[in-house]
Design a protein around this ligand. Structure first.
Ligand SMILES: Nc1nc2c(c(=O)[nH]1)N[C@H]1C(S)=C(S)[C@@H](COP(=O)(O)OP(=O)(O)OC[C@H]3O[C@@H](n4cnc5c(=O)[nH]c(N)nc54)[C@H](O)[C@@H]3O)O[C@H]1N2
Ligand SMILES: Nc1nc2c(c(=O)[nH]1)N[C@H]1C(S)=C(S)[C@@H](COP(=O)(O)OP(=O)(O)OC[C@H]3O[C@@H](n4cnc5c(=O)[nH]c(N)nc54)[C@H](O)[C@@H]3O)O[C@H]1N2
Ligand code: SF4
Ligand SMILES: [Mo]
Length: 806
């Protein structure tokens, strides 16, 4: 080839930078990664975003970490005195520190951390990180799960037994292609998951109805049939209010509720607990529930082990009050659904108008559209997940959704099929059977700690106060705690107080800067990864791909997977890590699929393993010939949760006002009259990517969106720097006017700290009130009682103009 003709090569793969995982074609020019484009033949390859297009800038950025570094000066010193060390030395020191801490305090005193896989490529390695934790013997994984995943994927399990959204956890995804009506609830896929946005636009073209529930008119809101401009933090009330209209109008699938929910179960009016069959005068099992047949006026027993009633379900009462003959005499009882309907009734349209700031006509229009345009699907994300009432909001949404009867039908939220795959997370390893309870489990037994996930605040408590037991070490795979979480000052103190902290990342961040050892990580374009299923549809789920490394890692960077294997080997756990052979781990995962590693290597674009989608799987039979039902204690969708009651929570998801809000704290609202919420930017992922000039040029500084009238009352012009102050702290941002926003609400952005040298912007101090760290304004002590989710949204604030940023 002559010097003038560049050697151009294209490599198919997918972009790992965010949850969309877009199918891509990378161009290499003379061996250098120069472009990323969509791969239209890929199930997620219709388009890519600006961040994806900036991938070469990310890969070759001069601030990338390139060699392992060791701190030589004390934490707290403004200069850490980073010294380059070899990988061997780094891994030896990590293993030695882990052993030392485990000997002194037990392996649970070594916590791990990772970033969210929705905002990074850590999904390449999460199963290996979990396996290392299980092999070593610690349950404590610190990450933003309480803020991201809990609401949509786990809280809803207390209703459906499965997540209603988020297939990664086996949840039911919106089948947008077949939906009659889609609800985007506090979710803006135009910015955050373009694969869902393109599917929505295609749906709108064929006449699908769209409901957007968001304080902002953003993304697809202006194309929606109904845009509900909800007051931040009141989505739980809205879900109950929508359900109220649907129940009042008879717009709900009674047959489905009767057959597949625990709505018919009788609740004793004296104790407020579900009536059990062994309490009946006619007798029955202590684990059996009781419903009422209103035609023949008698109690009907239900056996959850078989998932069957003793008689036909067609006349089971959902409403009303009945007198039941029991061992203790006559008892008044009402079906659980009657309790739910009564709760919903307290959220009448005028209450919703006062609570959520949504006019009755719009509420009615939304309920009407939802019922008449079935099948309905929905996806709810950060808009409802970042509040101190996230769990009950998610449950209320799930119950409202159950009314539509669209669960697991074509066009509803569907439990998509998956290519069979082997698990490698290592729950069966010897040390995994002896784990101490994860931090936070005792305080919140139904929360994320149940799945061995630890919130930042609880982790800080374990380090600083030794509660519930001391944590002395942190093995960090990314995660930018000090920018992503509230209480950054306390977080800094906790990280500095650790006996040992290693952090693996692409860039030096304020969080990484507190580590003893920093490891350079290869970006997803510099490493291989296996992905089985692409989540958004049955077709996407059938796609299996071994993503190739497009270029060599920068400097001495390694993949997170290699780092896990390196640590495991040094700890003497190599045998539990396929003797260090990553390929063998791929083979174990692929085993049940029938696809071989060789086939995948030969086909970088990926392979399809065609999958059929059975619907209404709850109506199918289990191995004993019983109706499969739902994986809840009652095998039914639970409108009434005895599990919640047993743990001191309410059986039904009543709405609780945001703890720092105008209704709960009118005293604070005097000095802080505005409601502060936030949203993700389209050009960056969370706290990342501000150093990439092509992106930063388009968004130089954080913004705070506010109504022009709100600004005028405070002498603020569009573009002015302002101070945003809450009872917890302050930050600065530039005013951006939006006349569609309620004048009582302002919307900020988090994640700003990183400079961009090419544009002359320096890093900002994440701990200074005149800096740009939104999470200084968050009081992380304000938390959801079930999940510990801190209220990053629906805070109170005041805004005033300031002369300059800093
Ligand atoms: N106020 C406010 N706070 C929020 C949110 C909000 O909307 N508002 N959002 C919340 C949500 S939803 C989430 S998920 C969290 C996110 O918080 P985190 O999960 O901490 O995610 P990021 O802040 O994006 O930081 C990711 C870090 O991982 C690094 N990284 C990227 N890719 C890799 C990789 O492949 N390997 C390794 N080892 N490191 C990598 C990045 O360089 C970066 O330092 O923040 C939460 N905090
Ligand atoms: N470009 C980009 N893509 C991303 C990310 C990113 O940072 N940037 N992060 C990834 C991650 S980890 C996540 S979690 C997802 C998040 O994806 P989304 O959930 O779409 O993220 P947000 O923009 O934080 O929140 C969605 C909407 O909630 C609205 N909102 C704010 N408060 C409320 C409220 O009280 N109620 C309701 N109903 N709505 C409210 C906001 O105005 C916003 O439009 O995106 C993923 N993809
Ligand atoms: S939306 Fe952008 S960042 Fe996310 S996977 Fe697609 S191209 Fe990558
Ligand atoms: Mo997230």
């Amino acid at each position: 080839m002559s010097a003038e003709t560049p050697n151009v090569r294209e490599v198919k793969g997918y972009c790992g930078l965010c949850i969309a995982r877009c199918g891509t074609v990378a161009t290499l020019t003379d061996g250098r990664f120069t472009r990323l484009d969509p791969d239209p033949t890929h199930p997620t390859g219709a388009a890519i975003c600006a961040k994806g297009r900036a991938a070469p800038e990310l890969v070759y950025h001069k601030n990338r970490l390139k060699r392992p570094l060791r701190r030589t000066r004390p934490k707290g010193d403004s200069d850490p005195g980073w010294e380059e060390i070899s990988w061997d030395a780094a891994l030896d020191q990590i293993a030695a520190a882990m052993r030392r801490i485990a000997e002194q305090h037990g392996p649970g005193a070594v916590a791990f951390s990772q970033p969210s896989s929705s905002t990074t490529a850590i999904a390449d390695s999460t199963a290996y990180i979990r396996r290392l934790m299980n092999a070593f013997g610690t349950p404590n994984l610190v990450y933003a799960f309480d803020l991201c995943g809990w609401g949509r994927a786990i809280a809803t399990r207390y209703v459906f037994g499965v997540g209603t959204v988020g297939v990664a956890s086996g949840g039911a995804m919106p089948d947008i292609a077949e939906s009659g009506c889609l609800i985007l609830w506090g979710y803006n896929p135009s910015f955050s998951r373009i694969t869902h946005a393109t599917a929505t636009v295609a749906g709108l073209k064929r006449g699908m109805k769209l409901i957007v529930i968001d304080p902002r008119n953003v993304g697809l809101a202006n194309k929606a049939d109904v845009w509900l401009r909800v007051r931040p933090g009141t989505d739980g009330a809205l879900a109950l209010g929508l359900a109220n209209i649907m129940i009042e109008r008879g717009w709900y699938d009674q047959e489905f509720i009767r057959e597949w929910s625990n709505g018919p179960f009788l609740v004793r009016s004296d104790t407020g607990r579900l009536l059990k069959a062994n309490e009946l005068a006619s007798g029955g099992g202590s684990d059996q529930f009781v419903a009422w047949d209103f035609l023949v006026n008698r109690a009907v027993r239900y056996d959850p082990t078989e998932g069957r009633y003793e008689a036909s379900t067609k006349d089971l009462a959902l409403r009303g009050e009945y007198t039941v003959a029991t061992m203790h005499g006559s008892l008044r009882c009402r079906p659980a659904f009657d309790h739910y309907a009564t709760l919903c009734k307290t959220y009448s349209p005028d209450v919703i108008e006062r609570t959520c700031w949504i006019p009755p006509s719009q509420l009615e229009q939304a309920a009407h559209t939802i019922w008449h345009a079935r099948p309905v699907s929905y996806y709810a994300w950060s808009g409802h997940e970042h509040h101190a009432n996230a769990t009950e909001t998610a449950r209320a949404m799930a119950m409202f959704y159950a009314l539509t009867g669209s669960f697991d039908v074509p066009g509803g939220n569907v439990l998509l099929p998956a290519v069979p795959a082997g698990s490698i997370t290592g729950e069966d390893l010897p040390a995994a059977k002896r784990l101490v309870p994860a931090i936070g489990l005792v305080e919140r037994p139904l929360g994320p700690a149940r799945l061995n996930n630890v919130s930042a605040r609880d982790f800080y408590g374990a380090v600083l106060e030794g509660t519930p037991y001391p944590v002395r070490g942190l093995i960090g795979f990314g995660n930018n705690l000090l920018l992503a979480q509230g209480d950054p000052v306390r977080g800094r103190a906790a990280l500095a107080a650790l006996d040992f902290y290693v952090h693996a990342d692409l860039f030096m961040t304020p969080t990484a800067a507190l580590a003893d050892i920093v490891l350079p990580v290869a970006s997803c374009f510099e490493r291989e990864a296996l992905k089985i299923g692409f989540e958004i549809s049955a077709d996407a789920q059938s796609h299996v791909q071994l993503r190739q490394a497009i270029v060599e890692p920068q400097g001495e960077a390694h993949s997170d997977t290699d780092i896990v294997f390196g640590i495991a080997t040094r700890l003497g756990l190599g045998e539990q890590f396929w003797d260090g052979n990553v390929d063998a781990s791929y083979r174990q995962q692929l085993g049940p699929s029938g696809i071989t590693l060789e086939q995948l290597r030969a086909e970088p674009a990926g392979l399809r393993k065609p999958l059929a989608t059975p619907y209404r799987k709850h109506a199918g039979s289990d191995s004993k010939g019983n109706p499969r039902g739902f994986p809840t204690p009652s095998r039914k969708i639970e409108f009434w949760s005895e599990t919640f009651l047993d743990h001191g929570y309410s059986a039904m998801p009543d709405f609780v006002e945001p703890p720092i809000g105008p209704v709960a704290r009118p005293d604070l609202a005097v000095a802080f009259p505005l409601i502060l919420t936030c949203a993700k930017p389209s050009l960056f992922c969370q706290t990342q990517h501000r150093a990439l000039p092509s992106l930063r040029r388009r968004a130089l500084h954080p913004e705070i969106e506010l109504n022009p009238a709100t600004a005028a009352a405070r002498g603020i012009n569009n573009g002015d720097w302002v101070e945003v102050r809450t009872p917890a702290g302050a930050m600065r941002a530039r005013a951006r006017f939006s006349d569609q926003l309620d004048p009582r609400v302002v919307v900020g952005e988090h994640g700003w700290w990183q400079g961009c040298e090419e544009l002359g912007i320096t890093d900002s101090d994440p701990f200074a009130a005149n800096g740009t760290n939104f999470n200084l304004t968050v009081d992380a002590a304000v938390r959801d009682p079930v999940s510990g989710t801190p209220a990053h949204r629906s805070n109170l604030c005041e805004i005033r103009p300031v002369l300059a940023a800093r």
